[in-house]
Each structure stands twice: as C-alpha cells, then as structure tokens.
Design a protein around this ligand. Structure first.
Ligand SMILES: NC(=O)CC[C@H](N)C(=O)O
Length: 358
C-alpha cells in the first residue's frame, strides 16, 4: 500500500506502508544510530515524534521484546529507506513490521531518507503527517485531528536482591534502561508520576531522587519545578535528559530548542574536570542555555564537542548532578555508565553523614 509523508512546508515523500495501517502526526526528527531501532521506537521521549532512521537498512536483526524501553511504543511513526526483508538474529521473536502492527505504529519505507534529513538540518525540525490517503483538508486541521495522546504514567516498584539504596524515580516517561542501571547498582526503585506530592515522596523514605527522561519541551513542565526545588535540598538528586533540563529550569537557568536535535549513538562529550572525551547516546531536541547558568548555583561539568552545548551540570553545594546525554545507553555506547555509580556514591556519603548526625 502507498503511504505519504507530508511535511508542514509542503514537501511530500511517497513510499510504501508497513506496520499499523493508521495515520500519524508529529515532529519529524532523525536518528543516526546504525542499531538500536527497537529501543528508540519504545523510548517514551519520542512521544508524538516520527523517527527517521538515517542508516539505510533497518529491521535487520528483528525484535526481541525484552529490549523494549517501555510497555508500549513511544514514537508516532517510523521512517526508513529500506525495511530488511529477511531479518536474522538467534533471539528474534518477530520482525519489525509485525512489531509495529502490534504496537499500532505506522511506518513508511522506500523514501529518500538522506534528502529528508538534509531538509530537516536546513529548515529545522518540522511537523509532518504520515498517511495512506493524500490530504484533502488543510495540513493544520489534519495535524490536529491525527496527533496521538500520551499514555498516563503509573506507579511501580522494582527491587533487587542485596539492595543498598532506595531511589524514587520521578517519571516523566522513563526508559527501562534507567531502572535497569539503578537496579544493577543495588538500588531498589520506586517509580512515581511527576505529579506526585512532596509528602508522598517523603513517605517513601528515599536515599536519593532520580529525574527521568521524557518527551516534549521542558518549558511545558512548570508544574514539576517546585517539587524539584524542594527535593534537591533534601535528597541527593540526579537527572537525565529531560530530568537534567528540568533541574536547570528549577535552578533559574533557561532551555532553548536546537535546530534539529541530537539523536544518535556517537555524540562526543568532553568532561570539564578531566578533559576526557567520551562517546554518548543522545536523544534530545532542547538544551540548557550555557549563558543562563551564570546566575544559578549550577556548574557546567560537560559539553558536546560538535556544537558546545551543555551536557552536564552539578550543584555548587548540594549533592545534585545531571547529564543531557543517556548514560544508560540502550541503544548506544556504555562510556558514561559511571554516572550511576557517582549518584550512588553521593547517596552513600549523604547516608553516612545523616547517620553520624543522628
Ligand atoms: N530524552 C529526553 O529526555 C528528551 C528531553 C526533551 N523532550 C528534548 O527533546 O530535549
């Protein structure tokens, strides 16, 4: 079946439909990872976004459900040059086409993803509609009618044998890999929606607080800032991606929209203290404005080598750290896994301090 990708500026691509036979609308973004398509598709940070994979062959190792980053797919649609016809992996449970049908996510293949990516790089992130029928009403009307809704966030508890710490993860749309990394560091994890009250979080008696990744513009989450301000003075706290951006906003810094975002597995990040560069997995369309840090208690700990955007922050006096990139990888390199260890050390030091005062 034919499928059409229609951009808000009128540029239209015709290709072949796969996955679910439904229409989609959202921001069209590109991801440069050669692998990791399943983790990206199920990452809730991609909610309401159509992901273009720049690697030309996608789906070649099928899908194995344990790699899902959330119970349901986050993204609105998947755009590929070529869907692998004969995927092959010893652990694969289904192919990408079948997976997207199950997840109710439409796909398009056979379009020039290089041209599309160059267009986004030039014009910035654009809105788009994916449909199997050419539009007969104005773009804006069709867009509003099709755009998907977000799933509500729910409370959940994850435990690990020999746990040493207890973390409350404030959920803005968390990836499973963040929970997995905390469990691997011997942390029990209570996942709570970001609308949870301070009193309810205090009742859980956490050793530390983690702010998850998540979709949309960080400026849309003003409602969460007072909670973060209250939590950071009481507990060791760490944030990833959206969590990092919200920590910055809660401390008086600003965020801005990048022209076309960072989405890929090989973004070089330089650590200010050591001068060491690591490769990181990234997925964000917004960033913290470096010049807005001056009158805040936050210090820059890392920056991106391509565009010098802010990649890491630390509070000048509190045990509070954050990174814009994804240290949990999945997909991506594991150079930055030390972030979780650093957070656990902050919790251990704080615990020791509190018990010596008691
Ligand atoms: N992965 C994330 O948490 C993304 C954060 C935010 N939605 C952005 O695009 O910048």
């Amino acid at each position: 079946m034919k499928s059409y990708l229609i951009l808000e500026d009128g540029l239209t691509f015709a290709g072949d439909a796969f996955g679910a036979q439904i229409a989609a609308a959202g921001e069209v973004v590109f991801n440069t990872g050669m692998t990791g398509y399943q983790e990206a598709i199920t990452d809730p940070s991609y909610t309401n976004q159509l992901i273009t994979f720049t690697y030309p062959l996608i789906g070649n190792y099928g899908v194995e459900l344990s790699h899902n980053q959330a119970p349901t797919a986050g993204c609105a649609a998947v755009i590929v040059r070529q869907l692998a016809e004969l995927p092959n992996h010893y652990a694969q449970q289904m192919n990408l086409d079948e997976f997207l049908q199950q997840q109710n996510v439409p796909g398009i293949q056979g379009i020039d993803t290089r041209q599309l990516t160059k267009h986004i790089r030039q014009h910035g992130t654009l809105k788009a509609i994916l449909t199997t029928a050419p539009l007969v009403i104005p773009f804006a009307d069709a867009y509003a009618a099709i755009q998907q809704k977000k799933a509500p966030l729910e409370r959940a508890t994850f435990t690990t044998p020999h746990a040493q710490q207890h973390v409350v993860l404030i959920d803005f749309g968390t990836k499973k890999a963040i929970i997995d990394q905390l469990l691997a560091q011997y942390c029990n994890v209570d996942v709570v929606p970001y609308t949870t009250s301070l009193a309810a979080i205090n009742e859980l008696r956490p050793d530390g607080i983690f702010l998850s990744n998540g979709p949309d513009d960080p400026a849309d989450y003003q409602i969460a800032l007072p909670l973060i301000q209250a939590l950071q003075v009481k507990y060791p706290l760490a944030g990833i991606c959206l969590g990092h951006q919200l920590l910055a906003l809660a401390n008086g810094a600003h965020t801005y929209k990048l022209q076309y975002g960072h989405r890929g597995l090989n973004h070089p990040v330089k650590d200010v203290a050591t001068g060491k560069t690591i490769l990181t997995s990234q997925n964000h369309g917004y960033a913290v404005a470096a010049d807005s840090l001056a009158n805040t208690p936050l210090q820059l700990t890392a920056f991106e080598l391509n565009d010098h955007s802010v990649e890491g922050l630390r509070h000048e006096s509190l045990p509070v750290i954050s990174v814009q990139y994804h240290p949990e990888a999945n997909p991506g390199p594991t150079d930055a896994l030390g972030f979780f260890k650093e957070f656990c050390e902050l919790m251990a030091v704080n615990k020791a301090k509190n018990s010596s005062v008691a």
